[in-house]
Design a protein around this ligand. Structure first.
Ligand SMILES: *C/C=C(C)/C=C/C=C(C)/C=C/C1=C(C)CCCC1(C)C
Length: 243
């Protein structure tokens, strides 16, 4: 029994542990963003409240997972792959829901939402298989994942989602475009992390980069950024109504 008492209550974090650092900062940023989105919800019309609620859910789910990942890293100094992908499988489909919610004004159908969700789930499951289960074949699983990613990019940039955004016009079109850039550039951070952390033809290119630091930066940029785009859209529309 007594040996338990001699264990430190809080793991020591080295000053050059950038993974540990980004897990702590990421955790706090996700918590702060969640409080911000939840508390600002009631400033808006019912239609936009759901979108902001979903923004808050995305950062809140991430905050809970970062809480665990932060601890896991501090205790084991190993990638918390399981928690990482559980977080993504919940939050990435919610980001697809955000596209649907803002395009509903132009008559977006649920089928568009399910299509994006389906593609995102394929992208994440194949990524998990390459990262955690069949590491020897990480390159091929990453490629399949990348194809699903490109179909999502196509759908929102040029496909039916784009057409709806153009129909909606104004602030909705503007927000849709910004979200499209997040998916094209912000989400492209993840395959870089994957290549830095798995074996494959790309070995050597990303030497010295830490998969977890890259994923943590990607999460902060994309989850909080996405939420702020939606928040900004609601603010703009509310201001237009008052004017
Ligand atoms: C909040 C979490 C987000 C936005 C996570 C996004 C994750 C991706 C876009 C992951 C993509 C991947 C590829 C395109 C190929 C390699 C495997 C993945 C899963 C890292």
């Amino acid at each position: 029994m007594n040996y338990l008492l001699s264990l430190p209550l809080v793991a020591e974090i080295r000053t050059d542990d950038y993974v540990g650092f980004t897990f702590f900062v990421g955790c706090m940023a996700m918590m702060a963003a969640s409080v911000f989105f939840f508390l600002s919800m009631n400033n808006f019309d019912k239609k936009w409240r759901t979108s902001i609620l979903v923004s808050g859910l995305i950062t809140f789910i991430a905050a809970v997972h970062y809480w665990y990942m932060r601890d896991y890293w501090a205790a084991n100094e190993a990638s918390p792959t399981f928690f990482r992908y559980v977080d993504w499988i919940l939050t990435v489909p919610l980001m697809c829901v955000e596209f649907y919610l803002i395009l509903k004004v132009a008559g977006a159908k649920k089928s568009l939402m399910w299509k994006l969700i389906f593609l995102s789930v394929i992208m994440l499951i194949t990524g998990y298989l390459g990262e955690a289960v069949y590491q020897d074949q990480a390159a091929i699983w990453g490629l399949i994942s990348g194809i699903a990613y490109f179909v999502i990019v196509y759908e929102i940039w040029l496909g039916s989602a784009k057409k709806l955004a153009v129909q909606a016009g104004g602030y909705v079109l503007q927000a849709h475009k910004t979200l499209c850039w997040f998916v094209l550039v912000g989400w492209a951070i993840y395959p870089i992390g994957y290549m830095a952390g798995t074996p494959g033809w790309y070995e050597g290119i990303f030497d010295g980069l830490s998969m977890d630091v890259i994923y943590n930066i990607g999460d902060a940029v994309n989850k909080i950024g996405f939420g702020l785009v939606i928040y900004n859209l609601a603010v703009n529309i509310a201001a237009k109504k008052e004017a």
